[in-house]
Design a protein around this ligand. Structure first.
Ligand code: KG4
Ligand code: ZN
Length: 336
């Protein structure tokens, strides 16, 4: 059977990325141009700068993805592109580029939901993984606990009521002076701290056992810092980072295990930038082993934003017959 080759483009936030994916599960190339150094100057992503940088980089990134895959535009079967959620100006760069290539080469265009991409990252290194399974999605903008019923089909069991998990990591990192991007820095510093040094709150929401709230733990860290400043008490940043991370990971694992039990799910996956967190990966693996569940997680490079995951999601959408029109637009607050 002829191979199906998809060129995927991702530009929803601060990474300009392109990838060529064969038959949905084999990554022929995965090129990511990160803007982190640029945004670090401002302590966070500046949308206008992100859009401009995407425009500068996108052609180069796509060319490199094709070259590394050893293919040309003429070999492709479809173009996949993230069309939401994300920063509108950033998304538009990828969408316009994808439309231009698809139109010029008379190729089908497949718009992809960014979060569906994150979930699909799990298929890359786990050829045995097929729906249904339970997936915890933890990124900078999203925290969802879902049953993946089929490719691209989700039943949402829980979501955050306020901050996303990654957002809480970023805010706490800023508060303790670690800067942007916060998550990986908290992860690293935690290794030097005591996770039980400070008892930060683990929020539960009445009547919503699978929902999350991270604004409480974030405020508790800020209050702790304010109190220390007022009393002149010395603070240990590593202990704060480790204790905060411990509180967040506890809740993520506990709610995921509760959902797995209640819905009889035996396969558990994690996805999104925070899924690259070492403590979360270890804790989830330990819990899955304890309860006899199979555990799936993408390598860290496929957890944070990349186009390979978009190519995988685009393949399954393409096989289902999903086609986007020339009126495909960026949808910054696209719902799952
Ligand atoms: O999925 P992603 O790359 O972009 C979004 O779709 O949001 O996730 C980015 C988020 C950021 O909040 C970042 O701080 C967090 O993921 N993150 C981490 C780690 N690596 C990235 N959080 C905790 N530990 C990490 N190792
Ligand atoms: Zn993402």
């Amino acid at each position: 059977m002829k191979d199906t080759l998809i060129l995927a483009i991702e530009s929803s936030c601060d990474e300009t990325a392109a990838s060529v994916v064969k038959n949905g599960r084999t990554i022929l190339s995965n090129v990511i141009s990160s803007q982190i150094a640029l945004h670090t100057l401002y302590g966070g992503v500046v949308p206008e700068i992100a859009s401009r940088k995407h425009i500068e980089k996108i052609n180069q990134v796509i060319e490199q993805a094709l070259t590394e895959a050893g293919v040309t535009l003429d070999d492709l079967d479809a173009i996949g592109v993230t069309y939401g959620p994300g920063l509108v100006g950033a998304l538009l760069v990828g969408v316009a580029e994808a439309k231009a290539i698809a139109y010029a080469k008379k190729l089908p265009l497949v718009g992809v939901h960014h979060i569906e991409g994150h979930v699909s990252a799990n298929y890359i290194e786990h050829p045995d993984l097929e729906p249904p399974f339970l997936c915890l999605i933890v990124s900078g903008g999203h925290t969802h606990l879902v049953i993946v019923k089929d490719y691209g089909e989700f039943e949402i069991l829980g979501r955050t009521h306020d901050d996303a998990a990654g957002e809480a990591f970023d805010k706490v990192a800023r508060a303790i002076g670690l800067g942007y991007p916060g998550g990986p820095k908290v992860d690293k510093l935690s290794k030097e701290g005591n996770p039980n040094a400070i008892e930060f709150p683990r929020a539960k929401i009445d009547g919503c056992p699978y929902d999350f709230s991270f604004s409480g733990v974030k405020s508790a860290v800020l209050n702790y810092l304010n109190h220390a400043q007022m009393t002149g008490e010395e603070i240990n940043r590593a202990d704060i980072a480790a204790s905060f991370q411990n509180a967040v990971v506890d809740v993520l694992v506990e709610h995921t295990m509760a959902a797995a039990k209640d819905f009889g799910m035996k396969k558990i996956a994690i996805a999104g930038g925070v899924a690259s967190n070492g403590t979360l990966r270890d804790a989830m693996e330990t819990a899955c082993r304890k309860y006899g569940y199979s555990f799936f997680r993408p390598s860290p490079i496929f957890c944070t934003d990349n186009a390979a995951m978009i190519g995988v999601a685009a393949y399954y959408e393409y096989m289902k017959g999903t086609r986007s029109g020339w009126d495909l637009n960026a949808v910054p607050n696209l719902k799952l």
